[in-house]
Design a protein around this ligand. Structure first.
Ligand code: IMP
Ligand code: MG
Length: 179
């Protein structure tokens, strides 16, 4: 069993990189099929989604697609603050376009709801959401995720773009906090 220590906490491997990669390929296939002929803007939600967005975009075959970035923060340490801070807002022109929100993980759903509301003001044609991980038991908002990767138990995870206070994002596997 692979283990890592980050700051003051111990984590153990939950999902190997190859299993995550397979799900990203499946999601890319679904998006390519559903949005064939469209010119979507993929909106990568920094910081956590940088690795997922990179892996996903390499498998997108929609030649008119673009990628844009927003940056929000809602976590301090291993818990959600209940607040969503917008650190870099929307700069891309999305009016009349399909937007695909690219998120690392949907936990309470607050970040996603915040983004969906922010986007609605920019009058897109439609908003779709792709989330690599989601924790159904932590969900507090009625948000729709169109493309779901892997469902997780309500436990804190790091790796694959996700951090514990800034560290662990580079890990290709997903690790879970040891009880
Ligand atoms: P939500 O707003 O509660 O849905 O949280 C979404 C954001 O919190 C994600 O985009 C992550 O950046 C962060 N987050 C949620 N759960 C975890 C976790 O288990 N590990 C690391 N970051 C997390
Ligand atoms: Mg984060």
């Amino acid at each position: 069993m692979k283990k890592v220590r980050i700051h003051d906490k111990n984590f153990q491997c939950l999902l190997e990189a190859a299993r995550i990669d397979a799900q990203i390929s499946r999601m890319a296939g679904e998006i390519n099929r559903d949005l064939a002929g469209d010119n979507p803007v993929f909106l990568c939600v920094l910081n956590g989604a940088f690795m997922f967005a990179s892996d996903l975009m390499k498998q997108i075959t929609l030649n008119e697609s673009e990628i844009a970035f927003v940056r929000i923060a809602s976590y301090a340490g291993t818990t959600s603050t209940g607040r969503v801070d917008e650190l870099i807002g929307l700069t891309a022109e999305v009016a009349g376009r399909t937007v695909v929100i690219v998120e690392d993980i949907v936990d309470t759903g607050r970040s996603l709801r915040h983004l969906q509301e922010m986007l609605r003001k920019a009058a897109p044609k439609q908003v779709k959401t792709a989330a690599l991980f989601w924790k159904p038991d932590a969900l507090e908002e009625a948000v729709v995720v169109d493309y779901k990767g892997i469902s997780l138990e309500n436990r804190f995870v790091v790796g694959r773009g996700l951090d514990y206070d800034g560290l662990g994002r580079h890990l290709p596997d997903l690790y879970v906090l040891e009880e």
